[in-house]
Design a protein around this ligand. Sequence first.
Ligand SMILES: Nc1nc2c(ncn2[C@@H]2O[C@H](COP(=O)(O)OP(=O)(O)O)[C@@H](O)[C@H]2O)c(=O)[nH]1
Ligand SMILES: [Mg+2]
Length: 263
Amino acid sequence: MCSVCGCGQAEIHGDQSHDHAIHNHGADHEATNTRLIRLEQDILARNNAFAAENRALLEGRGCLALNLVSSPGSGKTSLLIKTIEAIGDRHICSVIEGDQQTSVDAERIRATGASALQINTGKGCHLDGHMVAHALETLNPEAGAIVFIENVGNLVCPAPFDLGENHKVVILSVTEGDDKPLKYPDIFAASDLMIINKSDLSPYVDFDIDAAIANARRVNPKIGVLALSARTGEGMQAWINWIDAARHLSAVSNSGVAARREC
Ligand SMILES: Nc1nc2c(ncn2[C@@H]2O[C@H](COP(=O)(O)OP(=O)(O)O)[C@@H](O)[C@H]2O)c(=O)[nH]1
Ligand SMILES: [Mg+2]
């Protein structure tokens, strides 16, 4: 395979048959890139149509939807369990769980008493609007519910996919390194809040919280930041307060939408 672009041609050093000028590499690249961009645009346009329907359904019921994105193992499910316990009213929490395989996380959530639905994406590396539309149909969240969406563990692919959520929340744990907002900027740019989890492990790792915040704000100057530990509960109250404020804001904007619809 060609090490320049992976185009599949045998790479023989000094072989003129693979001279980049001779096999018109520039034009090949341009055509391939154009096809890729069109395919990506089609996929995102289709996704956005489902996302818009999801958003309309959620707004109509006065629900708040949060899309939690992180690397595998940063603590999304643990945080959700502690969040549901802290909120207290299990009936207002509905959880959509995304993983490539198993329903382990949905079972962990159901053990709290909240309703949860597992989506297995197989080879897929993110949830999309269509999958969430089906999940909402089945979960049927009640009026005023908080719908948590735990995306597939991945800091890259979920970034461009709108699911109809009110906010994307990116979670970074202190064991992952404070440079991640610079290395995976898209998800930090798309998120309204960065949660720094596993603060209880801070004394044992060289994670520089100020650097992590500065890096995230280089990518997204408006991103909110909360540091907490899903294990010890330290910092959890600020997260619960953030959810309350987001519910309040979405209720205000939902009533504005309803009023506009009535006009
Ligand atoms: N020390 C510590 N461990 C945590 C914390 N949150 C999650 N974990 C652990 O991190 C691992 C992965 O957590 P999980 O919630 O499954 O992560 P997910 O893959 O993002 O859903 C588990 O062993 C959790 O017990 C935390 O705040 N502190
Ligand atoms: Mg999980």
